[in-house]
Design a protein around this ligand. Structure first.
Ligand code: COA
Length: 177
């Protein structure tokens, strides 16, 4: 990669918050938010966060497991929060959390979370470019930073980009399966 990466950045510099109200067009036939709409908003908030951190065009390369733990109803208000956990060479991992409450602020709950991977591209949107490192400050940021290497290796094995036998941190997990 030809570009010199920007200086390391704090997590707070790209932290992104998005709020939506669930409207009739967003729901399934029983009045809950459609999973696909939630995934779309999660992808958007994560992309904004990744774009801010990298100061570049970004594309979604991978989305880790998402489970829908608590229903979100018509009329609820959801807040999506995205933070960068770690940067590698041209990719960044973004952690997204989704919270919901009703319009009066009652029944607050954490509904979903997922890790997204974005790759930064040059201005021609043709080639991956180097991205700035992440400076974790709090113990929570440090824990997410440390565990990101393991999650990255798992997704590279699952996507077939790394052979399980060549994995370092998670080799035993795959070979014992
Ligand atoms: C993501 C993409 C740019 C990677 O291109 P590539 O030619 O494979 O590039 P590279 O091999 O140089 O890999 C670039 C980075 O992507 C990461 N990457 C690629 N596929 C990945 C995957 N499935 N999971 C996690 N990371 C992945 C690599 O690990 C590498 O990260 P690093 O530089 O930090 O080590 C390319 O696959 C692409 O354009 N995909 C489509 C993206 C898109 O359109 N998304 C929207 C949904 S349709």
């Amino acid at each position: 990669m030809e570009n010199t990466p920007l200086a390391p950045k704090k997590v707070s510099e790209s932290h992104t918050v998005m709020t939506e109200m669930i409207m009739p067009n967003d729901t399934n036939p029983i009045g809950n938010l459609m999973g696909g709409y939630l995934m779309r908003w999660m992808d958007i908030v994560a992309a904004i966060c990744a774009g801010k951190h990298c100061e570049a065009n970004v594309v979604t390369a991978a989305v880790d497991h998402i489970s829908f733990q608590k229903p979100i109803r018509l009329g609820d208000v959801i807040t999506l929060e995205a933070s960068v956990t770690r940067a590698f060479t041209s990719s960044v991992e973004i952690y997204v959390e989704v919270f919901a409450n009703d319009i009066k602020g009652q029944n607050p709950r954490r509904c979903n979370h997922a890790y997204f991977t974005f790759v930064a591209l040059d201005d021609d949107r043709a080639k991956p470019i180097n991205v700035p490192a992440v400076l974790p400050l709090s113990s929570e940021e440090q824990a997410l930073y440390d565990s990101a290497a393991r999650r990255r290796e798992i997704r590279l094995v699952l996507s077939g980009r790394v052979k399980a036998k060549d994995a370092t941190e998670v080799r035993k997990f795959f070979l014992d399966m």
